[in-house]
Every structure is written in structure tokens, then in C-alpha cells.
Design a binder for this molecule. Structure first.
Ligand SMILES: [Zn+2]
Ligand SMILES: [Zn+2]
Length: 365
């Protein structure tokens, strides 16, 4: 193993450059992951464009092989050197009320709060030893509180790179939304999170999955259908609620997952197309007011959600390992470590290549 590690390090707004770091010493309680592939998240676009603070290595959707692992860490995590794992982005404290109740993604230690250094992959600055806190790198440091899940060898790397969107889909459409047999699920927004929610809703047994988007999403609608969506609705051409009512014989949707990232009135659309009793999951509604008038007699549960639980990660990985879904349709582009700027700009739709749905960084390619 070489003694130096190359990592794509963000040093300013829209500025990522390759920097060299020493390979950390591993003790009995920690480990080193050789990155196989690392997904780019929607939040990486904002972080890239509105960067503030100290240099850091981005990348929090990390897949790789355990290159070195201490004896205690191996025992605690139930893994061995050479195992292929995915790593959750959270590095929680283990002691607060959220950690103690299994909701560790809300642990303050993994949050951006004033007066503390955040401990979360892709966010922790390189000034915190041993610097390797992001997956756009050859290696990632795994401290004792890292959370790993094994992933089977037969899963292609490009599918493995989707473990975070799939976990989110399972959390939002199934665990929070309640997608199940007999249910109609509307997913607003056919981006990587929306498409992963389609797969999750189908995996949960939903009766009818409807995906809405804009006219420019024509290709993504095709992908949604390949993944199992029954209907797609271009909201620039037709009313979502009218179409949903038509499809459901006037009943409306039981579950609405809003991952639209905004739009003029997607929350209003969600309330309009919801059945009399329904759950609306606001997973990425962008910035808009929540209207409270004009929806008739309804019992609506609205949920504001954030990330995925341990259980959702496991469910997402099982779904992925099943091979039942053409996940390559979502995992469209891969870039090497020297082209992280280009990858994020392409994902943001600001540069070629066009048509990126989910992009990943593969250090060895
Ligand atoms: Zn993310
Ligand atoms: Zn905690």
C-alpha cells in the first residue's frame, strides 16, 4: 500500500483540486476503506457552489473494501479485512437521546451547528486528523463510530453507488410514507431521489406508482417506467390532481413523496392530489409556503424528513442485491478523481455531458 493518498479536496467556491495526504496509522479500533466508488449527492451541488469554511474532501455516499481494520473494529462491526462495505455518512456520538433511540442521523455531532466541528463524511474539514473524511479520495478513514453495512460481491459498483438514494427511497416512500399493497403513491420529481422512491414504492408492493415532473423530464419519465412506475405526468401539460383523480377513479393518492426540489406549487399539488386520508412526505420540496385552504375535508399527515435510518439502509441494500430493478438507468455517469469539478457541474446541468441522473466518482478508473 502506498504511503500517500490522493483526494479531491474542495478549497473554495467551485474549486476542487487533488491534494496528497499521509496514509493514517490504524489502531485496534478503527479502519481504512479503499474507495471503490462514491456517489454524488444533490447536496454536493449546493456545497460546491456555496462553499464556506475550511478545505474538505467531499463525498458521503461511499463504497469500498476494508483495506486495513483493527481487531476490535472487526469484531464490533462483524467484518474482516477485504470485505466490501458501504459506509453511512453519519459519525454519531452514541450517547445522546437520538443515538440511544436509533435515530442517530439526528445526532448533534453529525449536524452543522455553531461552535462545533461537524463530524459527517463529506463535511468534516481536513484540519481534523487524519483528514480523510470524504469519499472523493483513494482512501477513507473509518473511526470507531463509523457505521458500515456489508454489500455482496455480485452487485455492480455502479449499482452500489446508489445505496444512499435507495435507502432514502425506502425511508421516505415506505417507512415514512407507508407505501404498501393497494396504495397509490405519487412521486413528485423524477431525479435520482424520485426514481429511487419509485423502486422503493414498487418493492413495498404499491398498487399504483405515478411520477410527476416537467416537460424537460421526458427521458427521466421513460426511466421511471422502466423502474416500475405505472404512469407519468408532465405538470406543464396537465393538472397532476386531475390526472391522479382520473387514474384512481376519483380517490386520489394515499402517499405523496415530494422530491421536486421546488417548483411553483408542488406542495399545493400534493395536497390537491392526496386522497381524503393520506400521507405527504416532504423530502425535498425546495422553498415554498404550505397552503392551508381549499382542499376540502381531508385528514392529511405531512412529514418533514431527513436522510435514512439503519433499517432503511439495510432494506435498500437488500433491494439492490435482489437484481430485480434496472438500476443502471439511474446510475448514468462515472468520473475519475481528476474530474470531480466536471462531475459536479455536469450533475448540476451546467456542463456536458448532458443527461446525468446520478453520477459517481471512481478513484481507480
Ligand atoms: Zn447526501
Ligand atoms: Zn448522538
Amino acid at each position: 500500500m502506498s504511503e500517500r493518498v490522493w483526494a479531491a479536496t474542495q478549497i473554495g467556491v467551485g474549486q476542487i483540486e487533488l491534494r496528497e495526504y499521509p496514509l493514517p496509522e490504524i489502531s485496534a479500533d478503527d479502519a481504512l476503506l479503499k474507495i471503490e466508488i462514491a456517489g454524488i449527492c444533490g447536496s454536493d451541488i449546493g456545497g460546491y457552489q456555496e462553499f464556506a469554511g475550511e478545505p474538505r474532501i467531499r463525498g458521503h455516499e461511499n463504497v469500498g473494501f476494508l483495506a486495513q481494520i483493527g481487531a476490535n473494529a472487526a469484531k464490533r462491526w462483524g467484518v474482516r479485512e477485504g470485505d466490501r462495505v458501504v459506509v453511512e455518512q453519519y459519525l454519531p456520538c452514541g450517547n445522546c437521546r437520538w443515538c440511544r433511540t436509533g435515530e442517530y442521523r439526528f445526532c448533534d455531532q453529525t449536524d452543522k451547528l455553531p461552535g462545533q466541528t461537524i463530524l459527517r463524511y463529506g463535511n468534516t474539514p481536513v484540519s481534523v486528523a487524519p483528514s480523510l473524511w470524504g469519499g472523493f479520495s483513494q482512501y477513507l478513514y473509518l473511526p470507531p463510530n463509523a457505521i458500515v453495512h456489508k454489500i455482496p460481491a455480485h452487485v455492480p459498483a455502479t449499482h452500489a453507488a446508489l445505496f444512499v438514494p435507495l435507502a432514502n427511497g425506502m425511508q421516505w416512500a415506505y417507512l415514512q410514507g407507508g407505501a404498501a399493497p393497494g396504495k397509490t403513491v405519487v412521486i413528485q420529481g423524477p431525479g435520482q431521489m424520485g426514481l429511487a422512491s419509485v423502486v422503493a414504492a414498487r418493492e413495498a408492493g404499491a398498487q399504483c406508482v405515478i411520477v410527476s415532473g416537467l416537460s424537460r423530464d421526458a427521458h427521466r419519465f421513460e426511466v421511471a417506467r422502466k423502474l416500475g412506475a405505472h404512469h407519468t405526468v408532465d405538470v406543464e401539460r396537465e393538472s397532476l390532481s386531475a390526472r391522479v383523480k382520473q387514474i384512481t377513479n376519483g380517490q386520489g393518492a394515499d402517499v405523496v413523496v415530494n422530491v421536486s426540489r421546488g417548483g411553483r406549487s408542488t406542495v399545493r399539488d400534493a395536497l390537491e392530489c392526496a386522497s381524503k386520508i393520506a400521507t405527504i412526505v416532504l423530502a425535498g420540496p425546495g422553498t415554498q409556503e404550505i397552503p392551508t385552504k381549499g382542499f376540502g375535508r381531508k385528514l392529511i399527515t405531512m412529514k418533514w424528513v431527513q436522510g435514512a435510518s439503519f433499517n432503511a439502509f439495510e432494506l435498500g441494500l437488500q433491494l439492490m442485491a435482489s437484481g430485480r430493478y434496472p438500476l443502471s438507468e439511474i446510475s448514468t455517469h462515472q468520473f475519475d478523481l481528476r474530474h470531480v469539478n466536471e462531475a459536479i457541474r455536469a450533475f448540476a446541468g451546467e456542463a456536458e455531458p448532458a443527461g446525468v441522473i446520478h453520477a459517481s466518482i471512481r478513484p481507480e478508473v
